[in-house]
Ligand binder design. Structure first.
Ligand SMILES: *[C@@H]1O[C@H](CO)[C@@H](O)[C@H](O)[C@H]1NC(C)=O
Ligand SMILES: *[C@@H]1O[C@H](CO)[C@@H](O)[C@H](O)[C@H]1NC(C)=O
Length: 340
């Protein structure tokens, strides 16, 4: 029997952002996903003689940061328990309407340098300066940025500079670096280059380096067969077509964000449809107060319902059209390989 999940980045209380509430519009994702799951099962109940199948709605918290709720569910067997074949979700913004979203792969490196304290005036030669090591690494990473690709992003911070004293050789310093890239292969190249920068700091100063890698998310690989079905419903639904058009069939919409749905999209065919809501007065993007306001408005909810109907369309197609799931799975195999 076929099975699909519709994921939702959970309900009104969870997966909001500290201090700015639903500034990432996960309230709308919840509305779209719930509508999609209910509509799919309702439509199926009205069709006699369909091949059979089930719809499972998952609440998937912890998408922001490195929470990775969906990945934990995946690893704990939640998807295999239901023999899930495909997975669907959506996400609001103000720029794109697209069922072919590619997001970036990301990872985070946390580094520590351990040096040796000494008095900076009377015996500096006895010390090993961990702060110098981190500053050397920071500068090397900044220089590396000139030779990166437009789709790469490297963000670096100093977590602990070893304290405010100016007359000591700092024995300890720590920092963190978040790397994003269009593919996992590119991410791993960048990670090697950045690790070299960190080693440069250690080599230059003699400080001992330790690097911890925090598991990130894979790039999201969309599925063109499922996306085409979304497209059909998007255009066929009554009412005026939203102003922002879908991209031509087969064209990716690149979004420089990362998502735990990315890991899911490497495990089964996936759609993470982007949808544009009417912006707030400042045209704020997700994670701004302005977007929080925009995502709480009736107009945004109406768009989310349209998206829910299109996701339901995919669900109904997969569960009732002969050969569609097989085609989606074949496409999944091909596209995953070509995205690496
Ligand atoms: C996502 O997948 C990658 C590649 O398998 C893995 O390295 C990473 O740890 C996964 N993310 C999480 C949060 O488990
Ligand atoms: C889906 O894509 C959007 C970009 O449109 C991204 O911000 C989001 O994190 C993605 N995934 C999920 C599960 O929301």
């Amino acid at each position: 029997m076929r099975s699909l999940t519709i994921n939702t980045n959970n309900t009104t209380l969870q997966d909001a952002l500290p201090n700015i509430g639903h500034a990432c519009g996960h309230n709308l994702i919840a509305a779209a996903s719930l509508a999609a799951a209910l509509a799919t099962s309702h439509v199926l109940s009205t069709i006699t003689n369909h091949p059979g199948g089930s719809v499972v709605l998952f609440g998937t918290p912890g998408e922001e940061g490195t929470g990775g709720g969906k990945i934990r569910l995946l690893n704990a067997g939640a998807y295999s328990d239901h023999s899930v074949d495909i997975t669907l979700i959506s996400h609001p913004g103000i720029l794109n309407n697209s069922p072919m979203v590619r997001t970036t792969a990301f990872t985070r490196l946390e580094v520590e340098y351990h040096g040796k304290p000494a008095h900076g005036a009377n015996s500096p030669w006895l010390g090993i300066n961990a702060l110098d090591a981190l500053v050397t690494a920071y500068n090397s990473v900044s220089m590396l940025r000139q030779q990166t690709m437009p789709s790469d992003t490297i963000g670096m911070s100093i977590i602990d500079g070893g304290g405010p004293a100016t007359n000591v050789i700092h024995p300890y310093a720590s920092g963190a670096c978040t790397i994003r890239a269009a593919t996992s292969a590119r991410l791993s190249d960048l990670e090697t280059k950045i690790t070299d920068c960190f080693q440069a700091g250690a080599l230059a100063t003699g400080a001992r380096l330790s690097i911890k890698q925090i598991p990130g998310y894979l790039d999201h690989v969309p599925n063109a067969i499922l996306a085409n079905s979304y497209r059909r419903y998007w255009t066929a639904l009554p009412g005026e077509l939203p102003e922002i058009k879908l991209p031509p069939p087969g064209t990716y919409t690149y979004v420089k964000a990362s998502t735990d749905q990315g890991n899911l999209s490497h495990a089964m065919p996936s759609v993470n449809a982007s949808f544009a809501i009417p912006p707030g007065p400042e045209r704020g993007q997700p994670h701004s107060r302005d977007f929080e306001y925009a995502s709480g408005r009736r107009e945004a909810f109406e768009v989310a319902l349209r998206v829910g109907k299109c996701l339901a369309g995919i669900g109904v197609d997969v569960l009732t059209r002969k050969g569609m799931l097989e085609r989606a799975k074949r496409e999944f195999g091909r596209r995953r390989v070509s995205s690496e």
